[in-house]
Design a protein around this ligand. Structure first.
Ligand code: KIV
Length: 268
């Protein structure tokens, strides 16, 4: 006789499941994590997608930008996070220049999956990255693109500024979003762009769009894990929120974030 286990392992979120969630209008709740304990917390709180972001260069290592983060850093933190997860999809960033050309990107993307345990890699930009996206996907490495404010281009952008504010910049972003989907990306993170532009891109694409500082019209939301529990020292981005306020445990705080995104109360 088959006896149902008391605590069956939850069904893991897969890459194709993200698109199903978009189709069904279910909000995707994403959060960054950099270590085992925080990953386990995000899992327990019901987060769907955990990103090992190269933001770890700023919030874990204390650098002013994400540029000093290395592939070895990313593999190390991704493997730590993987050990804390059962259900969420694990996505890891390709750090600065780890995707500089097709060969380098495939080797490095492969490391994030094989050594780190990620199921998908994220990379910034379109243009010269389009063949890189296609090559990764052709090698069985799912890709999440990242457009809008792309922190690895901070010096070119002149700071961590909102993008897509002029008509020309908005049109370019829309074209880039279509191009990354066409190249094979299976999800898109859209950072710091006007709400209406993000909503227009979200409805124009078949792949899920996960916003950060991009309004409520995206298919999901992502925030930096340390920001939502008030751990990041100094300035917290205006689009983020300290969910620990009013809660007396970290799991309740992260759970409040999950509920707020699912219920459409965050962002307002
Ligand atoms: O590096 C990171 O944490 C990110 C998210 C903020 C989207 O790219």
């Amino acid at each position: 006789m088959y006896v149902e286990p008391v605590n069956p392992a939850p069904r893991p979120v897969t890459v194709p499941a993200l698109r199903t969630m978009k189709r069904r209008g279910e909000k995707i709740v994403a959060l960054t994590a950099y270590d085992y304990s925080f990953a386990a917390l995000a899992d327990a709180a019901g987060v769907d997608l955990v990103l090992v972001g190269d933001s770890l260069g700023m919030v874990v290592q204390g650098h002013g930008t994400t540029l000093p983060v290395t592939m070895d850093d990313m593999v190390y933190h991704t493997a730590c996070v993987a050990r804390g997860l059962r259900r969420p999809l694990l996505v890891a960033d390709l750090p600065f220049l780890a995707d500089a050309d097709v060969g380098t990107a495939v080797r490095n993307g492969g490391r994030l999956l094989a050594e780190g345990g990620a199921a998908m890699v994220k990379l910034e930009g379109a243009g010269i990255r389009l063949p890189v996206i296609s090559a990764l996907v052709a090698h069985g490495i799912p890709v999440c693109a990242h457009l809008g404010l792309t922190p690895q281009s901070v010096h070119q952008l002149g700071g961590f500024r909102k993008q897509g504010k002029t008509e020309a910049a908005a049109a370019q972003l829309q074209a880039d979003a279509r191009a990354v989907q066409e190249a094979g990306a299976q999800a898109l993170v859209l950072e710091s762009v006007p709400d209406e532009l993000a909503a227009a891109i979200t409805s124009a694409l078949a792949i899920p769009v996960i916003g950060i500082g991009a309004g409520a019209g995206c298919d999901g939301q992502i925030l930096v894990g340390y920001d939502i529990i008030g751990l990041t020292p100094g300035h917290r981005p205006s689009f983020s929120r300290d969910f620990l306020k009013g809660h007396d445990s970290l799991v309740d705080a992260v759970g409040a974030y999950v509920q707020a995104v699912r219920g459409g109360e965050f962002p307002q």
